[in-house]
Design a protein around this ligand. Structure first.
Ligand code: BJW
Ligand code: ZN
Length: 254
């Protein structure tokens, strides 16, 4: 198969030879599956700034509003599928030695696409827990619950297991993401605006440790300046092209 060639000779050489790859993803990764992004024209939070809704105080003040929004997104996510970009990342595992997906997305689409080494920095919308006793609560119960869900054990409020502003990222996931970024030879930053920290510091951590950092986005972002290379295009179109190039190059090298 003839692969479309993207990027520089350096990128093509890494596609042919790199062993350790990190793919760092944001909301743009899932846009072509039908999940709205957070910021910009099609932003999910046009009416609210992310910082206003995705925080614990907003949840305690108006749990109906926050739960209405999460219930809508839980249902949306059940009705959509991984796109060609997610599938290309999963296929990378057959080509490169180690492929680590570090995602800010909570939508489970990397797992559904078949990726096996995934670090979810901002949690997972399919999980929930009680803010009072920590009990885990299955989605099946919440999706049929018309109002704000409460814990069957202690009557505390149930919340989605996601990371809101002002909350710490899960330590294991963060530490593993830093380690993978420091080991990476090739680091792909896909579909993220790069404005939310500490996640947005990973491309720089990777670069400082020697990785070649490639940004894939439909527009330039806060990460573009530090990236070694920026590929402007949709994740679902660019990633399958890169994977085909890598597969071709490795076939030729054999
Ligand atoms: C495409 C495309 C296509 C579209 N193909 N591309 C001042 C300075 C620095 C930091 C801070 C500060 N003040 C406060 C902070 C800390 C704060 C922060 O970073 N704030 C900034 C906004 C200023 N961070 C935190 O609070 C974090 N915790 C923390 O720091 O802990 C330490 C601490 C603890 C206690 C006290 C103080 C400190 C936690 C951050 C949690 C973020 N949570 C959310 C919600 C998750 C749950 C949910 O989804 O409901 O995570 S917010 C939201 O933003 C979500 C995302 O993961 C995250 C990042 O967004 P992302 O993915 O980049 O999406 P977009 O929409 O911004 O961009 C999409 C991109 O795709 C665009 O570029 C498009 O062009 C592109 N695109 N289609 C390719 N087809
Ligand atoms: Zn409880």
């Amino acid at each position: 198969m003839d692969a479309k060639v993207y990027g520089s000779p350096r990128l093509n050489s890494l596609l042919a030879s790199a062993d350790e790859v990190v793919v760092f993803t944001g909301a743009g990764m899932s846009a072509e599956s039908g999940v709205p992004t957070f910021r910009g024209e099609d932003g999910l939070w046009k009416k609210f700034k992310p910082e206003e809704l995705a925080n614990f105080d907003a949840f305690m003040k108006n749990p109906e509003l926050v739960w209405g929004w999460y219930r809508h997104r839980k249902q949306l996510i059940l009705s959509i599928l991984p796109n060609p970009g997610h599938k290309a990342i999963a296929a990378m595992e057959k080509i490169f030695g180690t492929v680590t997906v570090v995602t800010q997305n909570i939508d489970n689409l990397h797992r559904r696409a078949g990726s096996t080494r995934i670090h979810e920095l901002h949690g997972n919308i399919c999980r929930n827990y009680c803010v009072q006793c920590g009990a885990r609560v299955a989605d099946e119960f919440l999706l049929t619950c018309p109002t704000v869900p409460h814990c069957e054990k202690c009557n505390g409020l149930i919340r989605p297991d996601v990371v809101w502003f002002g909350e710490f990222l899960p330590t294991d996931e963060w530490d593993a993401s830093v380690t993978a970024s420091q080991r990476a030879e090739l680091f792909l930053a896909v579909g993220t605006s790069g404005v939310v920290y500490p996640a947005a510091s990973l491309p720089r951590i990777a670069k400082r440790a020697g990785a070649y950092v490639v940004e894939i986005n439909v527009e330039r972002t806060d990460l573009s300046f530090d990236a070694d290379e920026v590929i402007l295009g949709k994740a679902g179109e660019v990633l399958p092209g890169l994977v085909a190039s890598a597969a071709n190059a490795r076939d030729h090298n054999r």
